[in-house]
Design a protein around this ligand. Structure first.
Ligand SMILES: [Zn+2]
Length: 296
């Protein structure tokens, strides 16, 4: 069932329609709209909070491929450890949306005392039983973690899946120590909206068999670099850095084949990083954003 919703940050429904979207297994039409206030894009109408909770608690773990949890993520895990290492050598690290715990396992090997939270009972059981990690199965707020108790909090590819991302950012700020570092990764709305348009144009003019639509990623919530900066500033964070995330093997191989996928990925990263540095870090146009911010 789809229900009318509002911007999670502004609590208003003033918005413009960006795209019509199809929710799997639901016949009702829905739209990706962009909030006039903060620039967040979100699905409206959307699934109910209960349905979203149910999906991430029980189904997401089953539909996500194993490589999605594991080696596909290593390129940006490494990128994250480099940035974290500039601020801290060790301490307590919380990974929100830890999944099966692979990032936590890598952090532990680097000397961090780690803790994870994930809504999926199945994923958390794997993290506990197979990797020997400490993790809580459920929502971040229900973990009741102590205030100012972690040097680093990370949330990789989860903020755009959370049904209350603004509430969760505030909760992460509460749990983070003063001077602590927050690390986030989300899809880049600007990139995927551009690709959506390009895909439609190529569809109209029928350029051979090229179909870019599998590359377009629309999540229930979508952030641009401007939007996420605005949210983090409002939450009181400082030293906010929004850059391109390292690219990971993904759906590109379904479009061009594995042979050229790696080459295209490196070329894309080179191009988007060139835009970033030539614009003096103003243009962040890659497929995913990597964000770091400090609690003062
Ligand atoms: Zn808004």
């Amino acid at each position: 069932m789809l229900v009318k919703t509002r911007c999670n940050f502004c609590n208003t429904d003033g918005s413009v329609v960006l795209a019509s979207i199809k929710v799997p297994h639901i016949t009702e039409p829905s739209f990706l709209v962009r909030c006039n206030g903060c620039g967040l894009a979100y699905m409206n109408p959307s699934c109910t909070i209960e349905e979203e909770k149910e999906f991430y608690a029980h189904d997401y773990c089953k539909v996500a491929e194993e490589r999605h949890w594991h080696e596909n993520r290593f390129p940006y895990f490494e990128q994250a450890f480099q940035r974290i290492g500039d601020s801290f050598q060790t301490g307590r690290l919380l990974d929100v949306g830890c999944g099966k715990g692979y990032f936590l396992e890598m952090a532990r090997k680097r000397g961090w005392r780690v803790y994870g939270v994930d809504p999926s009972q199945e994923a958390v059981l794997f993290a506990r039983n197979s990797l020997g990690l400490e993790a809580f199965a459920g929502e971040l707020k229900d973990a009741h973690l102590e205030s100012e108790s972690f040097e680093v909090i990370t949330a990789w590819n989860v903020l755009d899946h959370m049904y209350d991302p603004w509430g969760d950012i505030q909760e992460m700020s509460r749990i983070l120590k003063r001077g602590g570092l927050l690390g986030l990764r989300v899809l880049n709305l600007d990139f995927h909206f551009f690709l959506y348009h390009l895909s439609n144009v190529l569809g109209v003019i029928s350029v051979g068999r090229l179909n870019l639509s599998p590359l377009v990623g629309f999540h229930p919530r979508m952030f641009s670099s401007r939007c996420i900066k605005k949210w983090l500033e409002r939450a009181g964070f400082v030293d906010i850095q929004v850059g391109n995330s390292a690219l990971v093997p993904g759906t590109t191989s379904a479009v061009v084949g594995r042979v050229t996928e790696q080459f295209l990925r490196k070329l894309t990263y080179l191009l988007v990083e060139s835009c970033y540095y030539l614009s003096l870090r103003a243009l962040v146009v890659g497929p995913s954003l990597m964000i770091f911010a400090r609690k003062p």
